[in-house]
Design a protein around this ligand. Structure first.
Ligand code: FES
Length: 346
């Protein structure tokens, strides 16, 4: 290997062995150290310290704001109520976390030591001497951070870090013993005789409108009164289904009587993993993919899981047609829709 640090001016085709044995590029070394404004100007350092303190104080205000929002803006079951609660919690928690994050970044970039070190690679594990040096370096880091000298900033940082867990702990603790009403997942709007309507335009669909390979996103055909009620959005979210028309010969699962009609099957769109909407249907394989974590369900085989983290098949909605040929539900889902939860072992 050449000892020269001068880069070669001849650039031509080289093979791997040549690259390994030729020092074609000089080590550029460490760029010249440039002190920051805060290293040379005490006023700039004081200004930076004020900014960091203000950011930590903002975080404290954000945490307090999130606690106030949690108790003052409760979701009342209506869509505007849920939106207002989510908005206020989101904004205040963002201020709380971003305050800590930006303060830490600004502190590190402007106030902590910016001395540059060259740290040679060494075998693992480190020798006891090196570990001792590391301990000294850590202590030096604490010294460099200036936390011991900056009392107000230290107080602001400790205050923001100490208060922030309350934003998570208080809602959790205050909800212990609440009625989480998980039984609401056991029932949806579907009832015997209710027509299936296209989502979102609400048009009832006839079985004759579907050809083999057709896929349709459907919801219950409900009255205008139900649609305008505050419960409609959450009830619709539970009841949405995916309708697929298969060649009846392709259906492999043992279908319960009345669960499919002329090759048309209907499954809950709520993934049984953690509840994303499944929607990607492959007509060749009859596989239905959940885009969140790639759980794959076989529509021709009772929507059984063929791949991915989901543990249960998609619940099937039993369907048939009414006197006019419109698709109708024969009943509600036989089992709870969506992910497993603590009152349900599978
Ligand atoms: S939510 Fe569907 S795979 Fe995770």
């Amino acid at each position: 290997m050449s000892d020269s640090k001068t880069p070669s001016t001849e650039i031509g085709p080289v093979d791997g062995s040549e690259l390994a044995t030729t020092d074609r590029f000089a080590d550029p070394g460490v760029p010249e150290h440039k002190p920051r404004l805060t290293d040379t100007d005490p006023k700039a350092a004081a200004r930076s310290e004020r900014i960091v303190t203000i950011l930590f104080v903002l975080s404290v205000l954000g945490t307090i704001g999130s606690l106030v929002a949690y108790f003052a803006v409760r979701p009342d079951g209506t869509v505007p109520g849920v939106r207002a609660s989510t908005l206020w919690l989101g904004v205040t928690l963002a201020i709380s976390l971003l305050g800590i994050g930006f303060a830490a970044i600004h502190w590190a970039k402007s106030l902590m030591s910016n001395r540059e070190y060259v740290d040679e690679r060494h075998p693992i594990p480190s020798s006891p001497e090196v570990r001792e040096v590391a301990v000294v370096a850590l202590q030096q880091g604490v010294e460099d951070s200036g936390i011991a000298r900056r009392g107000v900033l230290k107080g602001a940082m400790l205050g923001s870090l100490a208060l922030f867990p309350l934003a998570v702990a208080v809602p959790l603790i205050s909800s212990v013993g609440d009625d989480w009403n998980v039984s609401k997942f056991r029932h949806t709007l579907w009832r015997k005789g209710m027509r299936l309507a296209t989502d979102p335009d609400g048009r009832p669909l006839k079985a004759a409108d579907l050809t083999v390979g057709s896929v349709a996103h459907m919801m219950p055909d409900v009255s205008t009164e139900v649609r305008e009620s505050g419960e409609w959005i959450s009830e619709k979210a539970k009841a949405v289904i995916l309708l697929v028309k298969l060649d009846p010969e392709d259906i492999r699962s043992e279908q319960r009587p009345g669960s499919s009609y002329d090759g048309i099957v209907a499954y809950s769109k709520i993934c049984t993993h953690v509840g994303c909407p499944v929607a990607l249907y492959d007509q060749q394989t009859h596989h239905l993919l959940c885009p969140c974590h790639q759980s794959t369900f076989d529509v021709a085989d009772g929507a059984k899981v063929v791949f991915g983290p989901a543990k249960r098949p998609l619940p099937q909605l039993p369907i048939s047609v009414d006197d006019e040929g419109y698709l109708i539900a024969e009943d509600d889902f036989a089992e709870p829709i969506g992910p497993s939860y603590w009152e349900r072992l599978r």
